[in-house]
Design a protein around this ligand. Structure first.
Ligand code: GLA
Length: 386
């Protein structure tokens, strides 16, 4: 169990026992990709891959962070949040920075050690898990009294302001608010959400990790966001009620195509269709129509590949390969894109065969060893008691 081994590592690093152990999970997203920052809907869930944190307050004003898996340490004073050259430090430090920005100042420094089993750069939101876990730990240690939703927003601002990725709210929301065996349907504009069971007794969700590491920060992700904003700004000239692409229908978009730069039009087309797909997905899943839902997954992938252009050849190959397999109902790239995982909806009785088949095909075509994980939907960020 990670919590036990982490406690031991904490004791070795700091000679005392932690006063708190917290688990913050990674996430998947059934459907609704790049819709969160467009005021749309998403359907994420927290999973059984997580980061565990062991922590204790100190008697001085120093903060010591240890990334157990990397065997690296970083120490700084509460009064000096200068960025370090170790990139992992920006996630916990970003959270501290945002807490301080709203006047929540830890009374003392603290020791924080963390590590886990979320594959890095695989699109499973290990960074959101570090941010949510840190926010949860500091809220507990220093009695800030923050609600889960407030912590979600702090974690998102840490990513936006300190890390510099203009991400939406989905990853942090899923890591903090997830529930075992449940999917969240989140309206990213109102932040209203409902849980629903992923009701698929004969099917499994399987992740195939392409092994291509995605790097989103400061790159294409922020460009996509800007392109969407450009689209909204132009469309507002024709309807001043348009606040986000959530408000735009396909008919309205097509009507004003000539006013939009071609690339911006293409990006908007994807987003408007994807928001509509999430609505349909909710209905199909409620009706138990998994085959219909699987078709939507393929449509999402097509849109991400050709219109939104956030895929890569390896992800396209993985998705294309599943189309000839009778045991797969749907597949698509998941998360921000440019690498990471595909999500596959596979007949339960054929999961091993599927993994063997796709691993072999991928190895032959790319020379890369594929890692696959059958997903279990688990609780969101939580305190672990002994
Ligand atoms: C990344 C971002 C999320 C979301 C997805 C795409 O994971 O952090 O906010 O935009 O990409 O759906």
């Amino acid at each position: 169990m990670h919590a036990d081994s982490l406690k031991k590592q904490f004791q070795t690093a700091f000679t005392t026992l932690p006063t708190l152990v917290v688990r913050a999970p990674g996430r998947i997203n059934l459907i609704g990709e790049h819709t969160d920052y467009n005021g749309g809907f998403v359907m994420p869930a927290s999973i059984d891959k997580a980061i565990w944190f062991a922590a204790a307050p100190r008697s001085d004003q120093q903060c010591v962070l240890v990334a157990a898996d990397l065997n690296e340490k970083h120490e700084f004073a509460l009064s000096d949040l200068s960025k370090s050259d170790k990139s992992w430090t920006q996630y916990p430090m970003g959270v501290l920075n945002e807490l301080m920005a709203v006047g929540l100042m830890p009374k003392t420094g603290f020791n924080l050690l963390f590590g886990g089993n979320i594959p890095l750069g695989a699109g499973l939101s290990s960074s959101a898990a570090v941010e949510c876990g840190t926010a949860f730990v500091l809220n507990e240690l220093f009695g800030f009294g923050l609600s889960r939703l407030e912590m979600v927003k702090i974690a998102q601002r840490a990513e936006n302001n300190f890390v510099g990725l203009q991400c939406g709210i989905m990853d942090m929301f899923a890591s903090m608010m997830g529930k075992a065996a449940s999917v969240i349907r989140l309206d990213c504009r109102s932040l209203e959400y409902t849980y629903f069971p992923f009701n698929a007794p004969h099917h499994s969700l399987v992740l195939c990790d392409s092994g291509v590491k995605h790097s989103l920060a400061g790159s294409e992700y922020n460009t996509r966001r800007q392109e969407c904003e450009t689209g909204v700004n132009i469309l507002q000239q024709f309807d001043n009620q348009t606040e986000s692409l959530r408000d735009v229908s396909m008919a309205f978009l097509q009507q004003h195509q000539a006013a939009l730069p071609p690339v911006v039009y293409q990006r908007c087309q994807y987003i408007v269709s994807e928001i509509e797909r999430v609505r349909q997905a909710g209905q199909l899943l409620e009706a138990g129509n998994l085959a219909g839902f699987g078709q939507l997954m393929y449509q999402t992938h097509d849109g991400l590949q050709h219109q939104y252009e956030v895929s890569c050849p390896e992800l396209d190959l993985l998705v294309a390969h599943t189309r000839s397999l009778g045991s797969v109902l749907g597949a698509r790239l998941m998360g921000g894109g440019f690498g990471g995982c595909t999500l596959n909806l596979v007949e339960k009785s054929h999961v091993s065969e599927f993994i063997e088949n796709i691993t072999h095909a991928y190895q032959i075509q790319t020379g890369i060893d594929l890692t696959c994980h059958e997903v279990v939907l688990s609780n969101g960020t939580e305190k672990i008691s002994d």
